[in-house]
Design a protein around this ligand. Sequence first.
Ligand code: NAG
Ligand code: NAG
Ligand code: NAG
Ligand code: NAG
Ligand code: NAG
Ligand code: NAG
Length: 624
Amino acid sequence: MQRIPFLSRILLFCLAFSTCLAKQPPWVMRISCGARLNVHTAPTNTLWFKDFAYTGGIPANATLPSYISPPLKTLRYFPLSSGPNNCYNINNVPSGHYAVRVFFGLDGHPNFDNEPLFDISVEGTQIYSLKSGWTNQDDQVFTEALVFLNDGTASLCFHSTGHGDPAILSIEILQVDDRAYYFGPAWGHGIILRTAARLSCGNGKPKFDVDYSGDHWGGDRFWSPIKTFGQGSDLATSTESSIKMASNAPNFYPEALYQTALVSTDTQPDLAYTMDVDPNRNYSIWLHFAEIDSSVTTAGKRVFDILINGDVAFEEVDVVKMSGDRYTALVLNTTVAVNGRALTISLHPKEGSHAIINAIEVFEIVAAESKTLLEEVRALQSLKSALGLPLRFGWNGDPCVPQQHPWNGADCLYDKTSSKWFIDGLGLDNQGLRGFLPNDISRLLHLQSINLSDNSIHGAIPPSIGSIAGLVVLDLSYNLFNGSIPESLGQLTSLRRLNLNGNSLSGRVPAALGGRLLHGTSFNFTDNAGLCGIPGLPTCGPHLSAGAKIGVAFGASVGFLLMVICSMCWWKRRQNILRAQKIAARGAPYAKARTHLSHDIQLTRHYNHGNARTAAENGPILLS
Ligand SMILES: *[C@@H]1O[C@H](CO)[C@@H](O)[C@H](O)[C@H]1NC(C)=O
Ligand SMILES: *[C@@H]1O[C@H](CO)[C@@H](O)[C@H](O)[C@H]1NC(C)=O
Ligand SMILES: *[C@@H]1O[C@H](CO)[C@@H](O)[C@H](O)[C@H]1NC(C)=O
Ligand SMILES: *[C@@H]1O[C@H](CO)[C@@H](O)[C@H](O)[C@H]1NC(C)=O
Ligand SMILES: *[C@@H]1O[C@H](CO)[C@@H](O)[C@H](O)[C@H]1NC(C)=O
Ligand SMILES: *[C@@H]1O[C@H](CO)[C@@H](O)[C@H](O)[C@H]1NC(C)=O
């Protein structure tokens, strides 16, 4: 054993105990939007991937809205002509817990709205709406959320709200600990935590975790500096001493975070921080403390209550006692419901006259949306390409969520038992569609209504429509559908309205549909190439199979041949008779010839009147 080198022994240890695996670096994906080449940024040589594989939107040169934006030179923007919803779908993302961050961009071009406002969703859940004035606030040039990604992809969508074109500078997907920011039983896959504020108190400079040399598992958080909560109410303090218990799982806070703090003064013993929030939401609040004031030497010297919007959240907080020592990190978290537009965190001293705080984090708790049934999403995508849906529809992301931005033309219904969305209506009437209707439409099993009226859709009506059992309304009027109406439509027992008028349909209407007339279903079959077979339409001709048609043609040819042979026989016989008559009546030849002539003219007149017969049929008859 002694002869095995030290490093190998470490390796053996690692193989035996998977604890070493936990130290592997987190999965990281950074994208520089609109970049043609991968980019490395100073000072940490961070790698940003180009987004060349992304086909939507338009790349442009970027103007950075803030000095905290990553120093990238390009952005990608999404004009409304490319549709209201545009997404990045990032593949091969290992299942896990992620911090997702999006920096917004500004295009220096004079035609560009200088402050676009739009909505952002992650995995179908809307997490943020840009607020007017964001270009003037450094901590509003990005949005960030903690989300579980479990299906191998990360879907980020940008939704137009009619205030300029969404423009994106960068996207970061940074893996964090599976239990990062665990706050209690309500935490988990059903929620997304959107960062509303993250403040480093008593600090003068904006810092990311990486600037603090923080652990990579922390998600490279951005800490806004705050030097005071209000004029003269507090004092910034700092220490060089190291802090115990700082960079621990699951949140791996950088140690430096606890080396600065705000402390209240004699004139203003309460510390109070107020921020604007969206009303009627739940917030998760994380407060950071370390006793770094050398005058506070033991437990009991500094005790304070913490109130949130006036309600006591933590009573008699004693940092030294609760953390176990001076220069030791203490993290407290709580969840509050906020009805108004303000969130106030105040620290009220009980023992000693000063409160202290090192950092504050506030998250909005967003309920994660359920997605649409995958099978139905695929069917809609198939329809999108087969029908040739115009670009302005922008059917990207999930059809039904975020609920604020569903796809235009698809009606959604939520099923509580399966907690999934599905499509119950398709309304694409009068949209200039020029494609064909694919069989895949029947994969939209829950459709009750289809209106594709007034387009230029060509080809056959797909027989599979007959398997959409719940279909009540089917309006395919004023298109270029041809062929016959599929028999399968007869299976649609719920059908109450069927408009097929204004197409090029032909052939027999399925008998089962005709029977439905009695049950109050309303039909319109007018203006087609030739439909037949139900009351109100012409009766259909005899229905002949291909074999029968060949038989009929063969029979007609044989008949024709027989008639030609007969007439030749007759003509020959007639010539013989005439010759005999000529010989018998040499005395009056003129009179006989005249009589024959007038008889021939009458027959010809008669033939001209009854022109229903063909010349071929009449020829032999005339001769008889
Ligand atoms: C972006 O900037 C580069 C020079 O930095 C220039 O060559 C290019 O034309 C610009 N692109 C646009 C779309 O303005
Ligand atoms: C947050 O607080 C809850 C109790 O309210 C506690 O169970 C949980 O462990 C805390 N989370 C962390 C990461 O400290
Ligand atoms: C806030 O949380 C409470 C209790 O957990 C819940 O009933 C309520 O629906 C939540 N409100 C919002 C807006 O999410
Ligand atoms: C289908 O849409 C057209 C408008 O394009 C409308 O006139 C028609 O009534 C709709 N059909 C049904 C069955 O609602
Ligand atoms: C229907 O129209 C298409 C062209 O759009 C043609 O190829 C096809 O043969 C037609 N089908 C019938 C049954 O007329
Ligand atoms: C049926 O469609 C034709 C046009 O194709 C229209 O003129 C007629 O009013 C429609 N009939 C009914 C009952 O809607």
